[in-house]
Ligand binder design. Structure first.
Ligand code: SAH
Length: 254
């Protein structure tokens, strides 16, 4: 593509693939897919996106599938470095944005330590673009002047214990990743910290994809309504009055 960089052999490009819809890839991401020799991707990167890679590309899956655990992060980093040292153009493709709860920083730091040249290509994160496809704006002037992005589980799979719930409860909009399993506990913490129990909540699973599903609920009912609806991961959960704009906008991306 005109004016887009050549992908030099021996480099690793850390690229965000966006939330799913291939139309949300950046031109830099498409340019990278058209040149890469090997694409190392996780489970959140869908077939439509991978289809855009050039013929003969080597696709390497390093995500979790069907309960089978993924390769550990040091092993993924080791592989990226090995491919680069073998003179490949290595595309590390991650769902959403590589620096939003995506361990992109860890991978980049290992590349720095190994002296491998790299490039970071941001992507549209699910917590903004995915919500937009459900008709939820993360900010709007009349409603909120702050947004907090929160992960719903830590390395142990538990609700993170280093969250300042009092500060989080004050954010105009709270956007949560990986929060489905711990929603009951998270909602309890937020209500205890002063968030209204009837604060509107929107849950969007498979955002931007044909099987996108949306559940509207409230903070106190969220965990039960998630269970009752059968909605599954991956899902973004937004908490705040901005969710109410969904009705007036009445716009869906899929
Ligand atoms: N780097 C990614 C986030 C990785 S963490 C990004 O910027 O979007 C994985 C979590 O992201 C999932 O558990 C889910 O909470 C969220 N997520 C990613 N893609 C999603 C999608 N298409 N729909 C809903 N949630 C998504």
């Amino acid at each position: 593509m005109k004016n887009l960089p050549i992908f030099p052999a021996g480099e690793v490009w850390l690229v965000g693939a966006g939330p799913g819809d291939a139309g949300l890839l950046t031109l830099h991401a498409v340019n990278a897919l058209e040149q890469a020799d090997v694409v190392v991707h996780d489970a959140l990167v869908g077939a439509d996106v991978l289809d855009m890679a050039r013929d003969g590309v080597e696709l390497v899956f390093v995500g979790k599938r069907g309960g089978v655990t993924s390769p550990k992060q040091p092993e993924i980093n080791r592989r990226l470095i090995a491919y680069a040292k073998a003179g490949k153009r290595v595309l590390r493709l991650k769902g959403g944005d590589p620096f939003m709860f995506g361990r992109g920083a860890e991978e980049a730091l290992d590349l720095v330590a190994a002296n491998i040249p790299f490039r970071i290509i941001p992507g549209i994160t699910a917590g903004i673009g995915g919500l937009a496809y459900a008709g939820v704006p993360v900010t709007s002037r009349e409603v909120n002047s702050s947004v907090i992005f929160l992960t719903g589980h830590d390395k142990r799979g538990l609700s993170p214990d280093n969250v300042d719930w009092a500060a989080t409860a004050k954010a105009g909009m709270i956007v949560m990743y990986m929060a489905m399993r711990n929603m009951h506990e998270i909602a309890g913490n937020l209500v205890a910290a002063g968030r209204p129990a009837d604060d509107p909540v929107v849950v969007v699973s498979n955002a931007t994809l044909p099987d996108m599903q949306v559940v509207e609920t409230t903070l106190e009912r969220a965990a039960d309504d998630i269970a009752a609806s059968g909605i599954g991961a991956p899902a973004i959960i937004s908490i705040g009055r901005g969710n109410l704009l969904r009705e007036a906008l009445n716009w869906r991306g899929v």
